[in-house]
Design a protein around this ligand. Sequence first.
Ligand code: ATP
Length: 615
Amino acid sequence: MTHPADDAAQAFQVDLRGVVDLLARHLYSGPRVYVRELLQNAVDAVTARRALDPAAPGTVRLRAVEGGVLEVTDTGVGLTADEARELLATVGRSSKRDLELGVGRAEFLGQFGIGLLSAFMVSDRIELVSRSAADPDAPVVRWVGHSDGTYDLTTADRAAQDEPGSTVRLHPRRDLEHWLAPETVAALAAEFGSLLPLDVQVEVPLDGGGVAWRRVTEPDLPWRATYPDAAARDQALVAYCERALGFTPLACIDLDVPLTGLTGVAFVLPAAVPPGNGRHRVHLKRMLVGQRVDGLLPDWAFYVRCVVDADGLRPTASREALYDDEALLVTRDALAAQVRDWTVRTLRTPSRLSRDLVATHHLAVRSLALVDDEMLDLAAQVLPFETSDGTRTLAEVAAEGAVVHTTSLEEYRRVAPIARAQGLLVVNAGYVYDADLLARLTGRSGWDVRPLRARDVAQVLDELAPERELELLDAVTAASAAVRDLDAEVVVRRFAPQDLPAVLLDDRDDEHRRDVARAVDAADDLWGGVLAGFSTQPAPARRLVLNDANATVRRLLAGGPRPEVFAAGVRSLYVTAVLLAGEPLRTRDATTMTDAMTVLLDAGLRAGDDEEETR
Ligand SMILES: Nc1ncnc2c1ncn2[C@@H]1O[C@H](COP(=O)(O)OP(=O)(O)OP(=O)(O)O)[C@@H](O)[C@H]1O
């Protein structure tokens, strides 16, 4: 059943305090954005006035007046009393939207009709005194909005204000006075508005007393201004980067995407930064969106910081990020191509810059090479790789034969000393991106690239003479038994360097079992049977290769020590090999080390005691 009163359409009531709280906590990153919203309204008002009178002045002045009040005066279009009532007192009402299309009009920064409310984050009372440029007969309007959601509207004679335009006064909220302090306002106005196409000035106190106006806007976009020559332009851009981003760039890359009206500069960082750090300073219609905006370039471009201005991209409602739409996608692709082309061009031509770029940003070049074939070929020509024969490019390594690489840093550390001593060229692909990069290169025609196999190293280690092999048969069997529980088996070879007692080889791809299978095929019946027995056992994952050229190893293998001392000696060589490979000790390895040391120490002390006694 309905009551008659319910039939009449009711208007929504808005609790302003709730709305302001929502803006402050959930839309904007903080109260500081109130300065941006005030500047934006002033700029839009000037734009609207210039549509009526192209020669109208374009100035904005911000200053502190008595009682901590901030006053912002513009030479914009102003408002009539009706407009003030309709636009200022209705949340969500804006003069800047296209009524038919329901979207913001291209020439204005604002569109949602909520921006002025942000001033309530720092102010209890917003006052706007305005004289309209559109209606020459309109009286001066004084609108006062209160944070409790009420407002007063009064009018005064036009004589009260000589020129069209508006003055907004913010009365500070208790305990938030600091947001309206002149230095804070000057810093925020410079941050948000430095590229605005207007003359924006802030009155700041001087050290010695008194006040002065400080202009916070650049006269022109630094990358579009006219300079006497290219060198002067470069210098100005470097100076701008120092001012705006706080570093001296290695180089400046011009950016231009006509489709979305974007122009700007990508500044190449002077020092390496970790990947995933590509944040940019983005302006829309010359107002700052943010200093650390994401999504403008792909991940690999973390070696540049951009400063851009666009008029065809959309901000999110908070105006602190870019709306992720088709236009942004197209822009990102175009910008990526421009940064990439510059990088390829620079690396192609040997120069100091190309050397600096490789030295500083090799990680980024590696990252780009993972997604770009041309860059991959170029990277192979210019990027330094750690190899067992010093730092080389992959092209240099390839000139000598197959590019054989390790896939982890530990593996490289393990084999590098032996490889170096035997003249085996191994590339370390254990650093970020390298293994993927080499894997990509494997698929390119003209490249012979493969991961190092245990057999590669085993091959360069000299086999023992058959007599020596025979001599060591029992010792090797006992040594293997000593490390069996560590998932390793022992083989003995002779190799340089002599002072390296042992090395651990990963038996990747079960090479060991295949070696045995080969041996079974080749052996006569008796040996074949014995070997076949071995091949059915699960093969140990690692080979501990003892160096028969090392004096300590020879003494150990010569026999003599009691079995438990012998086993402790082999196990301590195992741990030494793990440590030499730079691998972290697992709990099991650490226990092995402590146990082996105890046995060896005990044996050493006992030998000392025996000597004492016999004396
Ligand atoms: N300084 C000013 N001069 C003239 N008109 C103004 C001024 N400030 C605000 N207005 C009027 O008040 C309206 C509401 O302003 P508000 O800042 O709340 O929203 P907006 O700028 O339209 O949109 P947005 O929420 O996207 O900023 C504006 O559309 C404009 O017509």
